[in-house]
Write a protein that binds this ligand. Structure first.
Ligand SMILES: [Fe+2]
Length: 385
């Protein structure tokens, strides 16, 4: 029997080259517009801000984005935005920018404090219009009800999950990704791949999302390397943008699992970029999960283009090897050792990861503390698949 599902998505998704040009249309009637923008695309947004001002809006542009945003960064920005009192907030950037914009849009007009909204469904309401435009192909934040912050005191990533974080309008314009540096393209692309794989093999997987996830896996495996090696290839960038959008669509209704849970302490304690942490851990978590979802991993492998004949187990293992090789060809380190993480940190990282129960509960195989330690130990040396 097909399970119930709730799809909480933006009212409008604008997808395609040049679609950032639709931004003024979606801001018609809004008079005070705050735009948070990543520095590399500032020059693309500045003329649009000028256009808005000409049509009578007051616009405040800010590039105050910190990667993997700490709670203090949000707190500082929130003061500025509350003073400006916008009726629309726009986030143009990668996951960090979009997550900040989401929280600013919700918190700027209300009384809730940041610490009160961390967790699931803690947000009261949103009165301010929220528009997001993705400039990386990976996080999927442009279509999710999730924002992630870094608690620098506890050295942990903390999630805010609420339907009020879903944008009114999302713009996915692959032209905005053309200038992305190769390492960011690689890491964000593997993050999107991880979203698709963890949703497809999730304990709460759903047929609606399974199809989207498999299409995402196909697009990313076929196009990531080209996008990394030839960043100005619009065809590969467009395919990656779609693969990433598909990965993002997996997150709200189904979400990720143990790869993301184990990646959290790498980001929180060692500032490893989210996509790199996921990419390094993905094949090792798949090795661990293999007995629990052999057939589904075999399907992942076939979707990636694995054609060998054999048992589901052997096909699945070939798929895990392919994922590791793809990540290496894109220049991502293969083990924790290369990320300057010392082996002595493994017990505390495993303990921190076990706190991320909202994601671990989704994992196809139950994972204990000793399993988390074993996965980190295997990933330390980088010898999966
Ligand atoms: Fe992710």
């Amino acid at each position: 029997m097909i399970a119930n599902i709730t799809l909480n998505l933006p009212s409008v998704i604008e997808f395609g080259a040049g679609k950032i040009g639709t931004l003024p249309h979606h801001l018609q009637g809004f008079t005070r517009v705050f735009i948070l923008v990543d520095k590399p695309v500032f020059t693309k947004i500045e003329p649009i801000a000028g256009e808005l001002e000409k049509s009578g809006s007051t616009v405040l542009l800010s590039t105050e984005v910190v990667p993997e945003p700490p709670i203090d960064t949000l707190s500082g920005l929130l003061q500025t935005v509350k003073l400006f009192n916008p009726d629309a907030v726009v986030g143009v950037g990668g996951g960090s920018t979009m997550d900040l914009a989401k929280l600013l849009a919700v918190l700027c007009s209300g009384e809730q404090q940041i610490h009160e909204v961390i967790g699931i469904n803690k947000l009261g309401s949103r009165k301010t219009r929220l528009i997001l435009a993705a400039t990386t192909s990976g996080t999927g934040s442009e279509v999710t009800p999730i924002a992630v912050l870094t608690d620098t005191r506890e050295k942990l990533k903390k999630g805010v999950v609420s339907p009020h974080l879903v944008a009114d309008v999302t713009i996915v314009d692959p032209e905005l990704t053309l200038a992305l540096p190769a390492p960011v393209t690689a890491a964000t692309g593997m993050d999107a791949m991880t979203h698709c794989i963890e949703a497809y093999t999730n304990r709460f997987a759903h047929p609606v999302i399974d199809n989207i996830a498999l299409q995402g896996i196909r697009l990313i495996s076929e196009n990531l390397e080209t996008a990394v090696l030839a960043g100005d290839n619009l065809e590969a960038r467009t395919a990656m943008a779609l693969g990433s959008l598909y990965g993002g669509l997996c997150l709200g209704p189904v979400n990720t699992a143990a790869v993301h849970a184990l990646a959290y302490p790498l980001g929180g304690e060692f500032n490893v970029p989210h996509g790199v942490a996921n990419s390094v851990l993905l094949p090792f978590v798949m090795d661990f999960n293999l007995p629990a979802c052999t057939e589904k991993y075999a399907q992942v492998a076939r979707t990636m283009g694995v054609t060998i004949q054999g048992s589901p187990d052997s096909v699945a293992k070939e798929g895990i090897r392919n994922i590791k090789q793809l990540s290496q060809r894109c220049g991502i380190p293969s083990g924790l050792r290369q990320l300057n993480i010392h082996a002595g940190a493994i017990p505390s990282m495993a303990k921190s990861a076990m706190l991320v129960t909202r994601l671990l509960d989704n994992n196809p195989r139950k994972l204990e503390l000793s399993d988390a330690q074993a996965i980190f130990t295997a990933a330390f040396n980088g010898s999966a698949g």
